[in-house]
Design a protein around this ligand. Sequence first.
Ligand code: FES
Length: 363
Amino acid sequence: MSTIRTAITGLADMFAYPLRHSHYLELVNPLWTRHVLMARVVNLWDETSDTRTLMLRPGRGWRNHRAGQFVRIGVPIDGKRHTRTYSISSVPASEDGCICITVKTVEGGRVSGHLARHVKVGDYLPLGEPQGEFVIPEAVPVHPLFITGGSGITPVMSMLRSYVAEYEVIPDLVHMHYAPHALDVIFGAELAQLQASQRHYQLHKYYTRANPDAASVHFSAAQLEAACPDWREREVWACGPAALLDAVEQHWEQAGLARQLHTERFHAREVALPAEGIKEGKVFFAVSDVQAASDGCTNLLRVAEDAGLNPAHGCRMGICHGCNTKLVSGCVRDSRTGRLISEAGETVQVCVCTAVGDAALAL
Ligand code: FES
């Protein structure tokens, strides 16, 4: 059967040359294409005043995600395609074949603002494959502990929902969640419902700005001991803002238990550089024949975009490798580790690298 299908596809491609028949299918229904994966927005709703869930129906070629994974979404704005990554908040392999992403509007964030305010039901968005290692194992982990902050709840929501969908019960699980105020808790009503109906699910919420006169409430050893006295025996999944994850990582490292901790960051962690390590220069994008000035601090993806280029990219934080290119000459620095890359032909992740003086890239 597949041989016949392949033969028909080959014949159709012959008549469609120089395009492929898939390009013509795209005109009829973008979800039928094979050369690019598309998703249709089939529903959307607000979770909080600045957070919206988009329900997407992926087209042909989509493979189911694992709870906790993220996906790349293309967002066309003013004729230019921007790409961002979002955690999938829905269960894997849902019966309706749809997935959900939950987008929080970032202050000054053009793409998140566009997705959360302007995308409509019926719009089509380019979609990537599900990616990421921040997942729960196939077998139910023993006594998990979830620590989340703000929109860091989204991958964990997929995990909670998949426990219920697959086993009907959530295992012995402690969940510490941080939000500025009670009204900012994304999926607040559903979490409360889980807390009421699942007797092994222990939810602890912390409002970091509930009392403007008091000091901010952040993750602390005392909170952890009170919420989860047996935390040393648990495997941990943590996702949220950098300050929360830094504190959690430090705590588990000091306890010698870093191997039990899985974290997912919104932004790459960067090492601080001494001022003399920063060198201004010129960056030459060899394929595009474009030159741009670099201040030595701005990542090369941003330098390229500011110069009018639109390089392929995904997560913008060093995870997906969607922005990989090659160094042609000069020197760049990986801002996560401080490592210098100066061999021509070496791979450069432009979203997390800065130029050290002059550099040329195969972009
Ligand atoms: S955009 Fe994902 S690694 Fe650079």
